[in-house]
Write a new protein. Sequence first.
Lengths: 184, 175
Amino acid sequence: MNSISRQHIYLMIASFLLLIFVLLFSFLVLIPEGKTYRINRIELKKISREFRDYSTFHSETQDTLQDLRSKNRRVITAFAKKFSPDRFERENKSYFSNLKVSSFAKPTVKKGFGVYEVNTTSEISSPKSFYNFLEAVNKSEYIIAINFPIDFTRDGESIKSSFTMNVYCDKEDINATASESKKK
Amino acid sequence: MKYSYITPRKKSVFTQEIQLLFSFFSITIIMLLLTYGFLLYKNHSFVKDKKSLFIEKSQLENSFLVMEKEISYIENQKMLSETIYTKNIVLKDSISNLFDLIPLRITLSKAQLLKNGLILYGITPNKDIYNFMLQAPLRSIFHKTYSSFYPAKNGWYRFVSTNYINEDEELSIDE
């Protein structure tokens, strides 16, 4: 009977140890790590897809904003402009024989916007001039709402008029004005 | 004393077969470790990528909130400006219509346009002309109309016409 040689015994022991190592390493380390890998990969895919969708949505919103900005450039600029009585008089004096901003109060906040209440006195040769002014005020560099009361008084050949108007601006401008005046 | 004709060779446990076997074992272990290393690296990179995506997404969300705020602000600006422009045009038409109402024979000396009314001061040759040609159209526009007359030096009548509309039916400029 052939006895098993010592070499064979070594071989068997070494193979057995390797098998144990491979099994233990696989079940205790490799497979859990593989599971984590799979979960992470699926999660990353999901997050990437969500991120891509959100990026697209973000870009669309950005386009909408750009579009709004370009379409309403005049209005945005008009709101951003601080009211200057001199500038207003210069801009509109052609419609009147005489135009003067008699008083304008500190701006107040109304519906999220700053509002200057401006009183004006003027002199016109005919009501037509006033109509022209009302048409032109919509193309003005400010956002101006003509308010009641409006008075027209006959004075010889001309008409004296006085009216109130609300000039709208951005709320931030008021805060800036307030902080500027505080500094002064 | 010699027992063999050949020189004895050194015997080692690491025979060629065992060496070959160990090479296979080493390759197996190296492959296992490499796989483990690959998984560790990938997991680490996944976590890093997820983190950076989260950061980018939160930046996008912040920027989106800012944009949304700006969009709503611009829309408000647009809406308000359109309302104002419309009201200015309506006001122009109202004033124009008011002056068109005044008959040639009546002369106005003063007109006060109020938020809910109109006060006219003027001179008329007689009360009938005023009543038929001015008061009648004013009555059709306003809810309350009051008139008072004062005789002028030339025999004509000075008049004050006060006209109001009901507050609840009035369209305010601020609405």
